[in-house]
Design a protein around this ligand. Structure first.
Ligand code: PRP
Ligand code: HPA
Length: 177
């Protein structure tokens, strides 16, 4: 019978030249449309976290597609979820870090009180490309003196070497292209 990983893989589509020439865009929307596929993603992440991480305090999700998976995983694990957002979206005192994207430039931001010093966090996003986004989010965590347990993604685009950029932090991906 089909494995959970195969079920997830069947729900990822590739679109050539989106959002620009030369980018093969991996689209996770079909996963969200199928409850069994979405459950499989969270099951696989949960298994990984229970086997490999202890004493986590928070799941940190990245704007915008990290928000689709992060809260579901956090609830499974009985943990809180906090948001790393694109600049200008969060009220109150914030901390921000600028970074380069596979296409374009951006800046991520977090509320200063979202993570307390010493708290152990696991970051989550849908996809790792160049690693610019997760790297910037890790810098945010460092500014707040969080302990980074690692990063989780559904998809890793291996040729872009994002996992190298994130060293020494650990990256766990469900699927690699
Ligand atoms: C995509 C993706 C990751 C990031 C990966 O988000 O969801 O967050 O890019 O690229 P990187 O590893 O090269 O940084 P995007 O910035 O397109 O924003 P969105 O989630 O708001 O669509
Ligand atoms: N798919 C989805 N999001 C992305 C990609 C991709 O191929 N590259 C950078 N962000």
């Amino acid at each position: 019978s089909e494995s959970k990983l195969q079920l997830v893989q069947r729900h990822i589509r590739a679109f050539p030249d989106f959002p620009q020439q030369g980018i093969l865009f991996r689209d996770i929307c079909p996963i969200l449309k199928d409850p069994a596929a979405l459950t499989a993603v969270i099951d696989l992440f949960e298994d990984h976290v229970r086997k490999n991480h202890q004493q986590l305090d928070l799941i940190v999700g990245l704007d915008a597609r990290g928000f689709l998976f992060g809260p579901l995983l956090a609830q499974r694990l009985g943990l809180g979820f906090v948001l790393v957002r694109k600049k200008g979206k969060l009220p109150g005192t914030t901390v921000s870090v600028a970074y380069d994207l596979e296409y374009g430039k951006a800046e991520v931001e977090i509320q200063e009180d979202a993570v307390a010093p010493g708290q152990k966090v696991l970051l989550i996003d849908d996809l790792l490309a160049t690693g610019g986004t997760l790297h910037a989010a890790c810098e945010l965590m460092e500014k707040l003196q969080a302990q980074i347990a690692g990063c989780l993604v559904v998809i890793e685009l291996q040729e872009l070497k994002g996992a190298d950029k994130l060293k020494p932090h650990r990256v766990f991906s469900l699927l690699r292209y």
